[in-house]
Design a protein around this ligand. Structure first.
Ligand SMILES: [Zn+2]
Length: 102
């Protein structure tokens, strides 16, 4: 259901643009601005849909990477070595780690 708003922009934009184009040519009305407005709406719709697709595609690897990576939460008070969240002791000198809570 997430991509619907983009499609609505696209459809409404194309409809407005096409209808204005029809009136412009056949009825002699000066609706050039509506043609452009409709095209802009359609382009926004394409961008929205494309952005959603890119986002949903890119989301999966980021999630997996976040789970696997253990963020550095502290630095050893003894030797300055970076200490990860999952470690309770410094991997270099063995000093006890003090984690900063967020
Ligand atoms: Zn250390």
């Amino acid at each position: 259901m997430a991509g619907i708003s983009g499609f609505i922009y696209l459809i409404v934009g194309l409809f407005v643009s096409g209808f204005s184009y029809y009136l412009n040519n056949n009825k002699g009305a000066n609706l050039a601005i509506f043609i452009y407005a409709g095209l802009v709406l359609a382009i926004i719709g394409v961008i929205k849909v494309g952005y959603k697709l890119l986002k949903s595609r890119g989301l999966e690897p980021v999630k997996v990477r976040r789970v696997q990576e253990s963020p550095v939460s502290a630095f050893c008070h003894n030797c300055g070595n970076a200490i990860k969240n999952v470690e309770n002791f410094c991997t270099r000198c063995g000093a006890r780690a003090f984690h900063h809570r967020k």
